[in-house]
Design a protein around this ligand. Structure first.
Ligand SMILES: [Zn+2]
Length: 192
């Protein structure tokens, strides 16, 4: 049987009132509650904390809930996700399907706590949660003085200016979106 006191929930919502209300309720139910105000912030939090359950809303600045859930699904396929939404359930792309979908609001809290309890039981022990390892991204020197890297933390792409030193060996850039360190290797071919 799992010890619920070891369980943690990551709440991703930009409404501080709801965040505080939910955090209090979750902590009273013996969950550790972590908060993030948007999808990018959520991904940053996931570097330090692998939660048992993620609760996310859909409307967020900087990164939409759909994009956030897609990245979570890809990187942490076994962490259950609960979506809180003020609007009626709409079609989401297959890669962003939540485990549960609940209406946002204080009167939904008992139902939400029950869903967290149910899903927490299905989450594998966090030591076994597979996470995408930071292996170097392979890239080629760009002709225009830059190259494009895809961050494995947030799956977004960004440009890096190439310098004469940026040839050979493993190097690293900082993702402009989530500020993750992105190691990369320049492929060996000489430019034409
Ligand atoms: Zn990133």
């Amino acid at each position: 049987m799992r010890d619920d006191s070891a369980n943690s929930v990551l709440l991703v919502d930009d409404d501080p009132t709801l965040q505080d209300l939910l955090s209090t309720q979750l902590e009273e139910a013996d969950f550790n509650a972590g908060q993030a105000e948007n999808g990018i912030d959520g991904l940053v939090k996931l570097r330090d904390l692998i939660p048992t359950v993620i609760i996310s809303d859909l409307q967020k600045p900087r990164m939409s809930g759909v994009e956030f859930i897609s990245v979570v699904r890809w990187r942490f396929p076994s962490i259950p996700v609960i979506v809180l939404s003020g609007s009626i359930q709409r079609e989401l792309p297959a890669e962003a399907k939540p485990d549960r979908w609940l209406r946002k609001g204080a009167q939904q809290i008992p139902e939400l706590l029950q869903a967290v309890h149910d899903l927490a039981r299905t989450t594998p022990d966090r030591a076994y949660i597979p996470q995408v390892i930071s292996i170097p991204v392979r890239t080629r020197p760009g002709g225009a003085g830059y190259f494009v890297l895809t961050c494995r933390g947030c799956l977004r792409s960004f440009q890096v200016t190439s310098t004469p030193e940026s040839k050979g060996g493993e190097q690293a850039a900082t993702c402009v979106h989530c500020e993750a360190r992105v190691p990369f290797l320049i492929e060996g071919s000489e430019p034409m």
